[in-house]
Design a protein around this ligand. Structure first.
Ligand SMILES: Cc1cc2nc3c(=O)[nH]c(=O)nc-3n(C[C@H](O)[C@H](O)[C@H](O)COP(=O)(O)OP(=O)(O)OC[C@H]3O[C@@H](n4cnc5c(N)ncnc54)[C@H](O)[C@@H]3O)c2cc1C
Length: 429
């Protein structure tokens, strides 16, 4: 019996554990180790941060759900990985031996990179975690009582831009609903070379769509812009411009988590874990990163450095490929190993409408890409939250009808590795 340990139970880790369970059955032991006792559907946090959804609606306790599936669960942070001994040490000093290790912890939020950034030691709000979103919701309530200039954006080095776009549109929509929009000057600040770039060189007509949507709504933007420092009342940009604000939400840059940064030979200088073609650590093939923790090179050099986003569906495709490859290694599946396609469909809510993006794959060159705006996106986004939470509660990574629907759109989550496929490169420090 092999021991498979999965660190992290988010959008990458939980599907990985479910798919491993489906493929390996009861002959092998799967243990999920998670710092947080709950699964949280991160894409809905912008709604929580504006008081539009309670946090409890988008999270659930992991212990009973995993127990029902026959998957062991340890509600503890992993603090150290010893790749030579093949053990994970938890914060409460449990030592967990593994034959295969899946690391899916998500990122560490690098607020410290910009003085004054972030809700803990700084002045800007965040929608990256449940507690952050709750704190943002309180501040939003106070802001509505005393409105003024508002800034939404991303810090230099950021890679996750989608939530900032979604948040700025939602803020605009909410202010209109409250009849306060005329009292609020909204500015979007981003290190992307242009709005709609998203860290991937844009997608279909995303630049045009964003510029039109911002202009129609009277949202000002500063692209190619680096935040230097945040004070309690203003954001200072590199180059000297000062933007006063009463409310600001800024996406930080990401680092790999401490458990990777503190473990030998595990990650690159920023703590992201490198992968080869079949999503194995190049030095330790029985270690597999899934999700934001994976080191992917920036898509292109930009005047202000930015990272490559890893969206929910990309993470699911990594999870499925990793589970497949572990099953091949253990002799449970015959045939070729798989690589994730890194294709994605994303929905950005704008309050009463939204923008849908389809990219196959997300990282260029692409076979297809598509971006469209419409009222239907708002409804699809709400339905998707319900669908995703249901399948995570039910212990299924990819139901057959989802797989079929993707196939009808000409998309797959994984593919057998074609010989000529270019090797993925890790991010250089
Ligand atoms: C506000 C916001 C909105 C987003 N909206 C969208 C969207 O609309 N569509 C989309 O496709 N993507 C969206 N994303 C991106 C998507 O949420 C992420 O890509 C995804 O959550 C990353 O999955 P992950 O498994 O890498 O990390 P996470 O989902 O963050 O999960 C990390 C897990 O690891 C656990 N953990 C952390 N450290 C440790 C440790 N040391 N030991 C044990 N466990 C640990 C955590 O408790 C958690 O269970 C959004 C992201 C944010 C922040």
């Amino acid at each position: 019996m092999a021991n498979i340990v999965v660190i992290g139970a988010g959008l990458g880790g939980l599907p990985a554990a479910y798919e491993l369970h489906k493929l390996l059955g009861k002959d092998h032991k799967i243990t999920v180790v998670s710092k947080a006792p709950k699964f949280i559907f991160t894409p809905s946090l912008p709604w929580v941060a504006l008081g539009l959804s309670p946090l409890d609606k988008i999270q659930f306790d992991l212990a009973p759900v995993l127990e029902k599936q026959g998957i062991s669960f340890i509600s503890q942070a992993a603090s150290y990985i010893a790749p030579v001994n093949q053990t994970v040490v938890t914060k409460d000093s449990q030592v967990l031996p593994y034959d295969h290790l899946v690391i899916a912890t998500g990122p560490a939020l690098n607020f410290a990179a910009v003085p004054g950034l972030g809700p803990e030691e700084g002045y800007t709000h965040s929608i990256c975690t449940g507690p952050h979103a709750l704190e943002s919701a309180k501040a939003w309530e106070a802001f509505l009582q005393d409105p003024g200039p508002l800034i939404v954006g991303a810090a230099p080095g950021a890679s996750c831009f989608g939530p900032a776009y979604e948040f700025v549109f939602l803020v605009d929509h909410e202010l209109k609903k409250q009849k306060l929009r005329k009292k609020v000057d909204i500015t979007f600040v981003t290190p992307e070379p242009y709005i709609g770039h998203m860290g991937i060189g844009g997608m279909a007509n995303s630049r045009r769509l964003m510029e039109d949507a911002f202009s129609e709504r009277g949202i000002k933007w500063l692209a190619n812009a680096a935040i230097q420092e945040v004070t309690p009342t203003a954001i200072k940009m590199v180059g000297g411009q000062t933007l006063p604000y009463k409310y600001a939400m800024v996406m930080p840059s990401f680092l790999g988590p401490e458990v990777v940064r503190h473990s030998p030979d595990m990650g690159n200088a920023k703590g992201f874990v490198p992968v080869d073609k079949v999503w194995q650590h190049p030095q330790y093939p029985n270690i597999h990163p899934v999700g934001v923790i994976t080191a992917l090179a920036p898509v292109e050099e930009t005047p202000i450095p930015i990272g490559t986003p890893k969206t929910g569906q990309m993470n699911e495709s990594m999870a499925l490929a990793v589970a497949h490859n572990i099953a091949v290694d253990l002799g449970v599946l015959k045939g070729k190993k798989a690589t994730p396609t890194l294709s994605a469909i994303c929905f950005a809510d704008m309050g009463d409408q939204g923008i849908a993006f389809l990219a196959d794959p997300v990282i260029p060159p692409r076979n297809k890409s598509y971006a469209a705006k419409g009222r239907w996106v708002h409804w699809v986004k709400m339905a998707f939250e319900h669908y995703f939470l249901q399948k995570m509660r039910a212990g299924v990574a990819l139901p057959f009808y989802e797989e079929l629907s993707l196939k009808m759109l000409g998309m797959e989550m994984t593919e057998a590795l074609p010989e000529e496929k270019t090797e993925l490169q890790e991010v250089k420090p």
